[in-house]
Design a protein around this ligand. Structure first.
Ligand code: PLP
Length: 443
């Protein structure tokens, strides 16, 4: 499905709305009435009735995740009755077929998959990897186990993904690889990133912990880079309670990464492999995925496409109406991207354009019954361990990252609804319209 950026979409929506003749008059009248009605109602924060009257238990249930049912229960039960590691082989076979990648390895979780690919690089200690600071620790910290050092790169504050122009400014003579993250399922600019990497002979890696089954220009995320990882942790788009996957294009990197965390693997490598002699020792760790997790992940993989599509539909049914409000934006997505949503639906407020602060908007919306919060993610480069010499080959440079700061200053997280809840969505829209109609008062 082709998708447009939030700004384009806002423009298209209004334009299409205006183009549609009779429907236009009816629609405009209805929108005007809704807006006028919203303006006449007293804000809940000032003692009025809340716009969201959906019962609390149903409201919470609307974002339930994971969505396990009888099929998952049966698979776990069978495994308890007849314990086997077979689901691991089956998951790897399914994953390989789905992604059409030559080498894949199931992992204990996304973090161990990242540790494996960093080791798999086989780069000399002190080599640097460009990575967003706006990410989970696991994208960065495990690199130190292979003597690697992060170069912190900024994000685009609206897409929440790596800003390749900022990366260009931060290249050093030690930079050897680049590791973008597809944040909240929104594909990073892999076309620009791979072009930049090619120019400077950098190895491209991908953190797809949030991006199962997504693509850019028809090419799946996880297949752009030399190596990539996925997380199957409970909140993720493909949840197996805990679990992960690593994918590889090259045999050498695959064998090296597998020897690190899977002592049983070197036995299976071709005799002329550099790593086959490490049978029965491996190279130090055991990252085997739990078979129960593998059984769950296999079932989730079969359901992934439909769930991703349903999720996009859910978010569109809400966001298409919310982004009509002045100063309210959604996560910017490339028109050629097939994204997914999970865990949260991120909106951004431009305080000057909206005429009120994020804090005022969040407070008023919460009083209306909307489950919204100011979304602030810890920026890695500001944390203690990146400033302590003892953990690193050499100390990472601590930069100013205004895009990451702006994202944290403007983002508001709404729930990601995982079931069809049109009535609740209407109430959310009403709550936003009401708060926006009173924004001068809230300023
Ligand atoms: C961007 C990112 N990368 C990696 C991971 C690590 O995955 P796991 O929790 O499975 O170890 C996470 C987990 O939240 C993540 O958000």
């Amino acid at each position: 499905m082709k998708r447009s950026t939030s700004k384009n979409r806002a423009a298209c929506t209004r334009r299409n709305f205006l183009k549609s003749g009779t429907a236009t008059a009816v629609g405009l009248a209805a929108a005007g009435r809704a807006s006028a009605a919203a303006g006449n109602e007293t804000l809940a924060i000032k003692g009025g009735s809340p716009a969201v009257t959906y019962p609390k238990a149903k409201h919470d249930e609307a974002s339930r995740w994971p969505l396990y049912g009888p099929e998952e229960e049966q698979a776990v039960l069978e495994l308890l009755r007849r314990p086997t590691y077979q689901p691991l082989d089956e998951l790897e076979a399914d994953w390989k077929a789905y992604y059409q990648m030559p080498y894949v390895k199931a992992q204990f979780n996304g973090t161990s998959a990242l540790a494996s690919i960093f080791f798999g690089l086989g780069l000399p200690p002190g080599s640097e990897i460009m990575v967003p600071s706006y990410t989970f620790f696991a994208t960065i910290v495990p690199m130190r186990l292979a003597g690697l050092v992060p170069v912190f790169v900024d994000i685009d504050p609206r897409s929440m993904d790596m800003d390749v122009n900022d990366a260009k400014k931060r290249l050093t003579k030690n930079t050897r690889a680049i590791l973008p993250v597809h944040w909240f399922g929104n594909p990073a600019d892999m076309d620009d990133i791979t072009a930049f990497a090619k120019e400077h002979d950098l190895i491209v890696l991908e953190d797809c912990a949030h991006a199962h089954g997504t693509s850019l220009k028809g090419k799946m995320m996880g297949t752009w880079g030399e190596m990539s990882i996925f997380s199957f942790q409970t909140t993720k788009p493909l949840p197996s309670l805990e679990g992960g996957m690593a994918m590889f294009k090259q045999q050498e990197q695959y064998e090296r990464a597998c020897a690190f965390g899977h002592y049983e693997m070197p036995r299976l490598f071709p005799k002329d492999s550099k790593y086959s002699k490490y049978f029965s020792t491996g190279l130090g760790l055991k990252f085997r995925m739990h078979p129960v997790a593998a059984a769950l992940a296999r079932i989730q993989l079969r359901k992934l496409k439909k769930r991703n599509e349903d999720g996009v539909k859910q978010v569109r049914s809400l966001n298409d109406r919310l982004i009509e409000l002045p100063g309210l934006y959604e996560q910017k997505t490339r028109p050629e991207a097939q994204r997914l949503y999970y865990d949260a639906n991120c909106l951004f407020i431009d305080e000057a354009e909206a005429g009120m602060t994020r804090e005022a908007a969040v407070k008023a919306l919460r009083a209306e019954g909307v489950q919204v919060s100011a979304f602030v993610y810890p920026l890695q480069h500001k944390l203690a361990m990146y400033r302590e010499k003892e953990w690193w080959h050499h100390l990472p440079t601590i930069p100013e990252l205004p895009g990451s700061e702006q994202c944290n200053a403007t983002c508001m997280a709404l729930p990601y609804f995982t079931s069809d809840v049109p009535e609740l969505i209407d109430q959310y829209v009403k709550a936003f319209q009401k708060v926006w109609a009173h924004r001068k008062e809230l300023a």
